[in-house]
Design a protein. Structure first.
Length: 113
């Protein structure tokens, strides 16, 4: 994802995802970046400070295949949850997952969450 689109999406409150390495051999893992400001009523930039929540989870492939990934504890394990503030922290942590080019909108991927 281009830098301008990456930052604009996160400032708008749009969730972005990237695949990552699971801890269990056959499971699928993803990191999701989301904003704590999810105000659908306001237009424009909602998260100027880029205060973001990062959640890394993995899913059991049987649950994904049967579309059962709808609640905590149903074939899903949270591996890590962290927060960042500002563009520098965002880009530093994004590098851990392959950089901004690894991230995409969830609806353009097979992200189960």
């Amino acid at each position: 994802m281009h830098a301008v689109e990456f930052l604009a999406a996160l400032r708008r409150g749009t969730t972005l995802v990237a695949p990552c390495t699971p801890t269990k051999p056959t499971w699928r893992a993803w990191v999701a970046i989301t904003s704590p400001t999810r105000d659908r009523e306001r237009l424009g930039l909602r998260n100027r400070a880029l205060e973001l929540i990062w959640v890394t989870r993995e899913w059991d492939p049987d649950y994904v295949a049967n579309d059962l990934c709808w609640a905590e504890g149903d074939g899903m394990a949270t591996l890590e949850r962290t927060t960042t503030t500002g563009e520098e922290e965002l880009l530093d942590l994004a590098e851990r997952y392959g950089g901004r080019l690894a991230f995409c909108y969830p609806w353009h991927t097979d992200f189960p969450g």
